[in-house]
Ligand binder design. Structure first.
Ligand code: 5GP
Ligand code: ZN
Length: 115
């Protein structure tokens, strides 16, 4: 828990969010500014600022985020047409919130290479 962290506040319930899935380790909620018809963020309950900070001890946590991505995609019905999972890490990647989050994007086609 980091007292000044926006996503820690969402995990704690101090700031409202449209929760789509949660368990003992992760919370998934709709992005406030969706970049696709379906845009969900999945965060660990544990505060980790960015992917570059993870250690070998965080491997299970990161795996749980990806697994929750699959669960959410299925729950929201974007699994058949396909979806994109994204971690932005650091300023060049456009990371705005420094609490690790997996973007789950679906409901449209995505370009490659990404912008
Ligand atoms: P980043 O750029 O750090 O990878 O993504 C941060 C995401 O958090 C953005 O897509 C942004 O729209 C979303 N976001 C920022 N503030 C809030 C908020 O208060 N609530 C929700 N649900 N999403 C937020
Ligand atoms: Zn946090």
């Amino acid at each position: 828990m980091n007292g000044s962290c926006l996503f820690c506040k969402i995990v704690k319930g101090d700031i409202p969010a449209k929760i789509v899935h949660q368990d003992a380790d992760v919370v998934a909620f709709h992005d406030i500014k969706p970049q696709a018809p379906t845009h969900v963020l999945i965060v660990p309950r544990q505060h980790i600022a960015k992917i570059d900070d993870i250690t070998e001890f965080d491997q299970l946590t990161i795996g749980k985020l990806v697994h929750a991505g699959k669960v959410v995609a299925s729950k929201l019905g974007i699994n058949h047409e396909g979806y994109r999972l994204v971690f932005n890490n650091g300023p060049a990647a456009g990371q705005e919130v420094y609490h690790i989050h997996l973007h789950v994007l679906g409901g449209r086609n995505f370009a490659w290479p990404p912008g």
